[in-house]
Design a protein around this ligand. Structure first.
Ligand code: HMG
Ligand code: MG
Length: 314
């Protein structure tokens, strides 16, 4: 049971972005079979919402090429919502042909980032997404929305919270069931997080918001705790702390799922994920990518065999 003093939710939903955000910035480009095996390993840990790929231009993000094959490869794996990023109608048509049941559109709260990332400004991106979200919803797909740069932009610096609010409500009005707030370059700190979420909660129910922290400045877990205390119950994370955006140079990976799970265990919040299996999945993919694990919990559990902390309920 969660500590009443912390005013925390009893359970949360984790969105694993390792096979998409985690792989999109790696120098190694993995084939679709290896990506499917990675995604399945994550599902075997108990993760129920997994971003499997992106239907973007393969020259812009070669790591996400063949996402159609990944999605087709995962078609038999039921019990998991496999989501994919879709930037425009061309991406939607390809995603539907590959069997997508859930997609995510991705806007930004910074004009310059939006131009670099998807080659159009914010207002035009919303019009493009209208052409994605409406037909997707009509086809019975679930559509999630991202807003990047909610805490700061790699090109413009500080971002006006009013812009974040505007873009979030525009995406919800289009038909997105949930908006994930992306701290793309990991610059946010807990007070800023709390203020932004409180502002959004005056317009949007907590269930329609998620948080997506990159850990560049080591603030991600503190920000997640602030978000939980504000009433947020959906957290994006990436196994082994993989991740980054090719259009946000210098930004680090996402908060590691292992570290989020460890913190949730310590807070007595349910999440449904097996931490030991998750640590193994993170180590395995890092071996394949020939890169170090960034999860502190994974690194610490090399020294301490039992990674499960005591629940914080007493
Ligand atoms: P564009 O240049 O505006 O597109 O790209 P266009 O309509 O002018 O077409 C130009 C070319 O793109 C044509 O091909 C189209 O066929 C092709 P060409 O004739 O040159 O060979 N094209 C496509 N190809 C494949 N799939 C498509 C597609 N659409 C057009 N869907 C586009 C627009 C968005 C496609 C491009 O700019 C792109 O691929 N950008 C990459 C965006 C990306 O993946 N960014 C990283 C993910 S976002 C992120 O990481 C942030 C997040 O994690 C949250 C956070 O942390 O903040 C979500
Ligand atoms: Mg991201």
């Amino acid at each position: 049971m969660a500590l009443p003093a912390f005013n925390l939710p009893p359970a949360v939903s984790l969105v694993e972005v390792g096979p998409r955000d985690g792989l999109q910035n790696e120098s190694a480009v993995l084939d679709s079979q290896t990506r499917c095996q990675f995604a399945r390993k994550l599902a075997a840990c108990g993760l129920k919402r997994i971003e499997a790929g992106a239907f973007v231009h393969p020259r812009r993000v070669p790591q996400m090429a063949d996402s159609d094959q990944v999605l087709r490869g995962l078609a038999q794996d039921t019990g998991v919502s496999w989501s994919v990023l879709v930037p425009n109608r061309q991406g939607l048509d390809a995603a539907i042909a590959a069997g997508a049941r859930e997609i995510a559109v991705f806007a930004a709260a910074s004009e310059t980032f939006s131009q670099h990332n998807i080659h159009c400004g914010i207002a035009e991106s919303i019009e493009r997404f209208r052409d994605v979200v409406e037909p997707a919803v009509a086809e019975g797909l679930e559509v999630r929305g991202y807003v990047s740069c909610v805490m700061g932009c790699p090109y413009e610096g500080p971002v006006d919270p009013q812009t974040v609010t505007r873009v979030c409500t525009q995406l919800i009005d289009l038909g997105c069931y949930q908006i994930s707030l992306g701290d793309t370059i990991g610059v946010g700190a807990p007070l800023q997080t709390r203020k932004l979420i409180d502002r959004l909660l005056s317009l949007v129910p907590a269930g329609q918001l998620a948080v997506h922290f990159h850990d560049t400045y080591g603030q991600a877990l503190a920000n997640i705790l602030a978000a939980l205390q504000a009433g947020i119950t959906t957290i994006d994370s990436s196994v082994a702390g993989l991740g980054g955006c090719p259009y946000a140079r210098g930004a680090s990976g996402n908060v590691a799922t292992e570290d989020v799970v460890y913190m949730l265990n310590g807070l007595g919040i349910e999440h449904g994920v097996d931490l030991e299996k998750l640590i193994e999945a993170g180590r395995d993919i890092c071996k394949i990518l020939d890169r170090p694990v960034m999860s502190k919990v994974s690194l610490a559990s090399i020294r301490t065999p039992d990674p499960n902390p005591q629940s914080g309920s007493d």
